[in-house]
Design a protein around this ligand. Structure first.
Ligand SMILES: [Zn+2]
Length: 328
């Protein structure tokens, strides 16, 4: 009897949480090889409204589930105050802004209307992956190697997560080489419910020192464009990591939000990439570029233990927020 009651409860809460209007009911047009819907139509269908904040350039759709701000010709949008990259640019057609249906399905809806359904088991075991190691130093700035600080950060995040009641494994605990493909494999062997890869960014070329901020990657959905697509070939078909597309973007969003609001990182947004560690992950997985080694203010966040602890706390907070989001 109790069993049946629990299931009815889950069913009802899943329905309430996913009460978005189906995209199939909206007028759709194909542009540049992708299917689009009007942002106004989408907003109205979801109980809200859409207005231009700058005529024919910037629009804001306000709905009970949250606000989506877009810019014509851009892929970066603001969703409930955090930057998120879509795969296809927003298009101006007639007097309306149009957004690709695939981006609603893969990115906007999972973030605005998260469902509890599909959370097979509680989030308990986190696998942290300190980027690089051993023969592979990662980015180098003078005598400083990325691999040193990703390991420091991983240990600090581990301690915080352990204190918060999680079980935590690291893909490496020393300065050792670990192949990219074996990182997600290790995560599976250790029973990881989530996989979180830690990295620091670097920029080169003119203006490099100005590049700063945090970005969190999750795997690109099948047949979509990655954020930094440079004529990317192959791996367009469904990858193991695509099994968790909705969870991936929810985890990336919660960590990005925490890095921006708690650690005060510049918001470079939730991005998409087909990195090996994300493609092969069999659990929800993200890769965090927490700060730039090549920017003066960002570098302090990496090298100064007190500031790095704030990064660590933000990442732990983001993971805890994700857990609440999917388990509530
Ligand atoms: Zn790296």
């Amino acid at each position: 009897m109790k069993f049946a009651f629990v299931h009815v409860g889950l069913f009802v809460s899943a329905l309430l949480a996913s009460a978005q209007a189906p995209l199939s009911r909206l007028e759709r047009v194909t542009m540049f090889g992708a299917e689009y819907v009007r942002l106004d139509d989408w907003a109205r269908a979801n109980g809200g409204q859409c207005k231009w904040t700058i005529p024919k350039r910037e629009a804001r759709a306000v709905t009970p589930a949250g606000t989506l701000a877009v810019e014509v010709d851009a892929r970066k949008v603001t969703l409930k105050g955090v930057h998120v990259w879509l795969s296809a640019p927003v298009v101006l057609r007639g007097a309306s802004a149009w957004v690709a249906t695939a981006d609603f399905a893969s990115t906007i809806h999972p973030l605005l209307f998260p469902t509890r359904a599909g959370a097979a088991r509680p989030i308990k075991t986190i696998v942290l992956d300190p980027g690089h190691g051993g023969r592979d130093p990662g980015n180098k700035e003078g005598k400083r190697f990325e691999k040193t600080y990703t390991l420091q950060l991983a240990k600090e995040v581990r301690d915080l997560l352990t204190k918060a009641g999680f079980k935590v494994h690291l893909t490496r605990s020393w300065d050792t080489s670990v192949e990219l493909n074996s990182r997600p494999a290790l995560a599976r062997q250790r029973g990881g419910d989530l996989f979180v890869s830690l990295h620091f960014n670097s920029a080169d070329g003119p203006g490099a020192a100005a590049a700063k901020g945090a970005e969190v990657y999750c795997v690109t959905p099948a047949n979509a464009y990655s954020t930094n697509d440079r004529g990317e070939r192959g791996h367009r078909e469904t990858q193991p990591g695509n099994r968790h597309d909705s969870r991936n973007v929810q985890l990336a969003y919660q960590i990005q939000k925490a890095l921006v609001t708690r650690a005060g990182c510049e918001d470079r947004g939730v991005k998409r990439a087909r990195f090996a560690v994300l493609r092969y992950a069999e659990m929800p997985a993200v890769l965090i570029e927490a700060a730039f080694m090549t920017n003066l203010a960002d570098a302090r966040k990496i090298y100064d233990p007190a500031q790095r602890r704030v990064l660590a706390q933000s990442i732990a907070d983001g993971i805890a927020a994700y857990k609440r989001m999917v388990e509530q």
